[in-house]
Design a protein around this ligand. Structure first.
Ligand code: 6PG
Length: 233
């Protein structure tokens, strides 16, 4: 499903409203909800809207789609972004926040994060909600063009060296992302028009445009401004 909005603010609010609805329904069904969010610049407005919505955060466990291997106080930290715009304003209990330890060695951080996910979701569990973004180059999470990990069909997360960013990261792998009960993608900016088109093009290979892994029939795409998307289907 494609949901277009005139502005980033309106798109972020619509995405937050969808996420809060999915979380609340998960809590009613199973007593708890598992949410994984992305970082970068786009989610900030969505976090702020989500933090103001009626969600029983004591029942929600917050995870991260990926993390830069930097300390949690670093301005590049995805955790730091979420802390300031979602976790603190929403009052998400610290015990419910499962960050990737960017300050540790990448392999060790990935191993610990996978164990934490397994301990909460179980070996066959799924995230209730995964929110992804898309980079100008068509990456998603920290799965960048040319990375064979985008083709993996097993495993929870992995350490990656992102040469395009000259940075170590830890990222969820395709399986937990595409296996989410609800997968939503929040993208803003005309500069991403080509990446969005490629992400939604069956003829494009995921190794070339990793955001292809997001293209499920049930995925909800929150896009702005409207001309970011050309209905070529
Ligand atoms: C990250 C994100 C990444 C992000 C895209 C888009 O750690 O950078 O998880 O996958 O969603 O890079 O980032 P922007 O929102 O900054 O354009």
């Amino acid at each position: 499903m494609i949901r277009l909005a005139p502005t980033a603010q309106e798109s972020a609010h619509a995405c937050a409203a969808a996420i809060s609805g999915w979380l609340n329904r998960a809590i009613v069904s199973r007593g708890k909800a598992f949410l994984a969010v992305s970082g970068g610049a786009t989610p900030r407005l969505m976090f702020e809207s989500l933090a103001a919505m009626r969600v029983n955060w004591r029942r929600v466990h917050l995870f991260f789609v990926d993390e830069r291997c930097v300390p949690p106080t670093d301005e590049q930290s995805n955790y730091r972004l979420a802390l300031g715009h979602l976790i603190a304003p929403a009052g998400i209990p610290e015990a419910n926040v499962h960050r990737i330890r960017g300050e540790d060695d990448p392999a060790g951080a990935a191993h610990a994060y996978a164990a934490e996910i397994l301990s909460l979701l179980g070996p066959t569990g799924s995230f209730d909600v995964v929110q992804c973004g898309v980079g100008d180059d068509g990456h998603t999470a920290s799965l960048f063009p040319g990375d064979p990990l985008v083709l993996s069909r097993a495993g929870i997360c992995a350490p990656v060296w992102v040469s395009q960013k000259n940075q170590h990261r830890v990222t969820l792998l395709p399986t937990p992302i595409s296996g989410a009960r609800h997968l939503c993608v929040l993208v803003h900016g005309e500069q991403k028009r080509s990446a969005v088109r490629r992400a939604l093009s069956p003829a494009i290979e995921p190794i070339e445009t990793p955001a292809r892994i997001l293209d499920r029939s049930s995925t909800v795409w929150f896009l702005s401004p409207p001309d970011i998307y050309e209905d070529s289907r």
